[in-house]
Design a protein around this ligand. Structure first.
Ligand code: LLP
Length: 432
């Protein structure tokens, strides 16, 4: 359940009518619901109640500082994958002891930054990374808490670009080699083994792959304990899917996901860590856009919006479906007709939906892309020199612009024109 509902024929975010936000912040604008974010986080607290646990919200899904601060105030830890995300989490007030550092390519600078800040845990993905971390930590006179990310060779049955748990993916260490790697970790200076990490992919719509992966982790935990390692914590990653289309079956509930965790690893007495991103932020946000033109094409009509692939790349990158709804509810008997929903960017890939059945819409009308709170704003770019969309956080009947749309001056000021351009008369041949 989310808090984007029609009232008196107008789509609201909590108690705020979306046209009010469009008037104040312009379009395209991402709109997040604080109540929905809180509700989703709370579902995991319920799902894991009774087990010692920490929900480490995956910052990559939606990294706006306001969203992070809201999550942190509600007790969430964070999962970060870069020095940039680390800085965001810290700026949002999250202490290092509640931040997990994941990612396959951590640099030594990032390791030092996180060690300096008292990071909770590094999820290490390879032996070279483990050795580098050992060197960095030892040189700083510190100890790095480490979980090794194992690759359980489980098919997550999700989109190929976001599946990570098969042996052909770049992630983690093959689970069959884990004992060897833990033995090396235990012998290295500056490293303290604290647990095991696994993450098999994103937008999983079934529980079976989780169950298979967590069962393998449980087995490994027993083996590692027998080898003498202190396996006190299990990080089970993120990945629980969300409903993107109102017409589809809903993916499993957090409560049932919690049941899988209890069944597979609950008896180990470990602290459980999870890294949900999409399931917390996805349906807590919409992308608000305005129709620029309705263009009658040959055999098909195009609804041209002021949002484009640079604002929401998921449809073109993953062939993802997002429900698109008019902000003013159509009359109950309004006809629907197929339309291609597109943005103004100069490539055919800038298509949000083909043949989408929509009620009549005209220039100036507002539409909302649902389920855009995760991997929307965080994956946006300024392609075609289109300013990044603004971001708004709604709380009850109140809203704040939590990221202003950059001005064109801001955008242009980031580039510099070297002084020699246009002043160097030498023909290319003379420079040799
Ligand atoms: N932990 C790790 C190690 C991850 O790699 C990810 C996501 C998560 C947690 C959070 O997963 P979630 O709960 O959000 O599924 N841009 C893609 C999704 C990429 C996911 C990358 N890793 C999309 O828009 O579908």
């Amino acid at each position: 359940m989310d808090h984007f509902l029609y009232r008196d024929g107008v789509l609201h975010a909590e108690d705020v009518p979306l046209p009010e936000i469009a008037a104040a912040a312009g379009t395209p604008t991402y709109v997040y619901s604080a109540a929905t974010l809180a509700r989703h986080l709370g579902l995991f607290a319920e799902a894991l109640a009774g087990l010692p646990h920490l929900v480490c919200y995956s910052v990559k899904a939606n990294s706006n500082l306001a969203v992070l601060a809201h999550m942190a105030a509600l007790g969430a830890g964070m999962d970060v994958v870069s020095g940039g995300e680390w800085r965001r989490a810290r700026a949002a007030g999250v202490p290092g002891e509640r931040i997990v550092f994941s990612g396959v390519g951590k640099t030594r600078e990032e390791m030092a930054l996180a060690l300096e800040g008292g990071v909770r845990q590094f999820n290490v993905e390879s032996e070279p990374e483990l050795r580098a971390l050992s060197e960095v930590a030892a040189a700083m006179g510190r100890t790095a808490p480490v979980a090794v990310r194992v690759n359980p060779d489980v098919d997550a049955r999700t989109h190929a670009k976001i599946a990570t748990g098969k042996s052909e993916n770049k992630f983690g260490i093959p689970i069959a080699r884990a004992r060897e790697v833990y033995a090396e970790a235990a012998a290295l200076p500056g490293i303290a083994v604290v647990g095991i990490d696994v993450h098999i992919g994103s937008q999983l719509t079934e529980l079976a792959p989780f169950e298979a992966a967590f069962a393998k982790v449980a087995e490994l935990a027993h083996a590692l304990r027998a080898d003498g390692h202190d396996i006190a914590r299990l990080d089970l990653g993120g990945g629980l899917g969300i409903p993107y289309a109102s017409t589809n079956d809903a993916p499993p509930l957090p409560f049932d996901y919690g049941g899988v965790i209890r069944r597979t690893v609950g008896a180990l007495g470990c602290e459980i860590q999870i890294e949900p991103g999409r399931v917390i932020a996805g349906n807590a946000g919409i992308l608000l856009a305005r129709v620029i033109y309705l263009k009658r094409g040959e055999g098909r009509d195009f609804l041209i919006l002021d949002a484009a692939m640079n604002d929401l790349v998921r449809p073109t990158l993953y062939d993802a479906w997002h429900d698109i709804v008019p902000v003013r509810a159509p009359e109950p008997d309004a006809p629907v007709a197929p339309v291609d929903v597109v943005g103004p960017v100069c490539e055919t890939g800038d298509t949000f939906a083909r043949g989408r059945m929509l009620p009549p819409l005209a220039a100036g009308d507002l539409v909302a892309f649902r389920s855009a709170g995760a991997y929307g704003a965080t994956m946006a770019s300024e392609y075609n020199t289109r300013p990044l969309a603004a971001e708004v956080l709604v709380h009850d009947d109140h809203f704040d612009v939590v990221r202003a749309r950059p001005s064109y001056e801001d955008i242009l000021a980031r580039d510099t024109i070297p002084a020699w351009i246009g002043r160097d008369p030498s023909p290319p041949a003379r420079r040799r």
